[in-house]
Design a protein around this ligand. Structure first.
Ligand code: HEM
Length: 535
């Protein structure tokens, strides 16, 4: 008995010593950092999940005020927060070759969650990014305008049918609408007409459970980065699995097979990825290591994305990769990524944009005047969307105040001395940029809580490295033309038909607001849609 107690005490003491060492990581490295007490408090909130992620990030950002960068610990994993715009710009753009990847220890790409362009690393990522970026070019996006207009018409008919004269729960309305847009443009399924059978239900359930298990995802990611062996143990023995359910895989695999068998084509991202898969299969240069370095003549559209510069000084990807990348699994993983990111980020921005223009009626009126004058009774086209310059400013300001993802992450590939200091970010360490906190920092944006689109009248006046709604550098979001097209079409359609008035059910004020905070704000955004011609 005495021996067992002694062994147990020794194990507990060793564990405490080990974990305390983890918490003191930055002190031991002589880095500017938050206190151990702060780290412990942060961990408590993280585990209890009763503070939005955004608020936790902002607290760390504030705690490190006065420093250009500093260390903190989240769930025993060390991170370096970057606060200085110049250092941020160096990491994301100039010295990108050191910070190419988001994650470190994610080797297990058999997990469908990680076999996508967001999580991929190194050569794999460069190859896939190089192939996928043109899918979101203006030329490809232009062909999708009608699909988005159709989905928008359906959403408006829902407003007509269900919620006329009643307040609408904008968050739900936009989530369902954005899901239909991505369903149509990614999978070619018209979810609104019931096409695709129960696909919408299955995919919605999957996304729902994916976001409900957000805590598990964060936990799993933190462990993957900080304590990969513990994560492996949990995943194997506690079945902590964030991979995709089989039903969704099957629906997509059936759709790919049907298209391959019948030659049926649609103007959607799935088709573009199927074409990439075929291109890989029929490539005359059979995937050999010796041919991996050969360059081919690239199309004009791809040229922008393949220069050495865009890959941060690293070699641009070879045309032929030694392995087959566009398998059904990776097509699924990327489609699911587009579906989840596309639905959530865009619906979040749209919901808050509707909120802001319902609150700021003068801005709403100015937007409506611009829409009336640009559209002037014509059908919406890609060209006329580009002329909505005031709307550009309103979108930019919405994304300053209400950014869907509050932080950017990069993993350090080679030891990196932070210029102008004697501190080194070591290989394998993760740096973080807290975009939402920077967007609310009065050092960079005067009167930061005020919704003021005029801040974006001159983009050159905004310091590099402080406004990053889509990230920055070679790993920034590549769907910007698609996102802008969808947001503009939606606002045009809604404001040409309705006048928006904020309903009292909305809990104000919605300040640092992401989907996270919406969940915590209990009540969402409620808006009265009043018909314009009834005025
Ligand atoms: C309002 C809407 C959106 C916002 C604000 C947004 C924002 C972002 C941000 C902040 C990143 C990380 C950038 C970085 O680390 O530097 C990102 C990456 C990414 N986004 Fe978006 N996004 C939006 C919509 C979309 C949509 C609709 C899609 C696809 C259908 C998409 C696909 C991606 C992909 C694939 C990446 C990873 C790129 C890479 O690692 O190479 N995003 N996005």
């Amino acid at each position: 008995m005495v021996i067992i107690t002694l062994v147990l005490c020794t194990i507990i003491c060793y564990l405490c010593y080990y974990l305390y060492g983890k918490l003191r990581y930055w002190h031991n490295r002589d880095f500017p950092c938050v206190s151990t007490k702060f780290n412990l408090r942060h961990m408590k909130y993280f585990l209890l999940g009763n503070k939005p992620q955004e608020v936790l990030l902002k607290e760390i950002y504030d705690e490190l005020k006065g420093h250009k960068f500093g260390g903190y610990i989240s769930l025993f994993t060390p991170y370096i927060l970057l606060r200085d715009p110049e250092i941020i710009n160096n990491v994301l753009v100039r010295d990108f070759a050191y910070f190419e990847d988001r994650f470190n220890e994610i080797e297990d790409t058999s997990d469908t969650f990680f076999d996508n362009v967001f999580a991929m690393k190194g050569q794999h990522w460069r190859y896939v990014r190089h192939k996928l970026t043109p899918l979101f070019s203006c030329n490809k996006v232009r062909l999708m305008v009608d699909q988005v207009v159709n989905c928008c018409n359906y959403a408006i008919s829902r407003v007509e049918r269900d919620i006329q004269q009643k307040p609408a729960d904008v968050e739900n309305l936009m989530a369902s609408y954005c899901f239909s847009v991505v369903g149509s443009t990614v999978f070619g399924l018209d979810f609104d007409s019931g096409e695709g059978g129960d696909a919408k239900k299955v995919f919605l359930e999957m996304i729902d459970s994916f976001f409900k298990s957000k805590f598990l995802i964060l936990l799993s990611l933190s462990l993957k980065i900080g304590m990969p062996k513990v994560e492996f143990f949990l995943r194997k023995f506690l079945r902590l699995n964030i991979g995709a359910p089989e039903t969704c895989m099957r629906i997509l695999a059936d759709s790919i097979k049907m298209r391959e068998r019948t030659g049926y084509r649609r103007n959607d991202f799935l088709q573009l990825m199927i074409d990439l898969k075929k291109e890989e299969q029929t490539s005359t240069n059979k995937m050999s290591h010796s041919s991996a370095g050969t360059k081919r003549k690239i199309s004009e559209e791809e040229q922008d994305y393949s220069s050495k510069e865009i890959f941060g000084g690293a070699e641009p990807p070879a045309d032929n990769f030694p392995e087959k990348i566009f398998t059904d699994v990776s097509i699924f993983a990327n489609s699911f990524l587009f579906l989840s990111i596309g639905t959530n980020s865009t619906s979040c921005v749209l919901s808050f944009m509707l909120y802001e223009i319902a609150v700021n009626t003068d801005i709403q009126e100015r937007l409506r005047m611009e829409i009336d004058s640009v559209l002037a009774g014509t059908n919406i086209s890609f060209e006329c969307l580009k002329r909505l310059t005031y709307m550009d400013k309103v979108i930019a300001e919405t994304m300053r105040l209400h950014i869907p993802s509050g932080a950017l992450m990069r993993n350090c590939k080679y030891d990196y001395k932070i210029p102008g200091t004697d501190k080194v970010v070591k290989r394998g360490e993760t740096v973080v940029v807290m975009t939402s906190a920077m967007h609310h920092d009065e050092k960079y944006f005067q009167n930061p809580d005020k919704f003021d689109p005029e801040r974006f009248s001159d983009m050159r006046a905004i310091q590099k490295g402080v406004y990053l709604p889509f990230g920055c550098g070679p790993r920034m979001c590549f769907a910007i033309p698609f996102v802008m097209m969808q947001i503009k079409i939606t606002i045009c359609k809604i404001l040409s038909t309705y006048k928006l008035i904020l309903n009292d059910r909305t809990r104000q004020p919605l300040k640092i607001s992401t989907r996270d905070l919406m969940t915590h704000s209990e009540g969402g955004i409620w808006i009265d849609f009043r018909k314009r011609d009834s005025e």
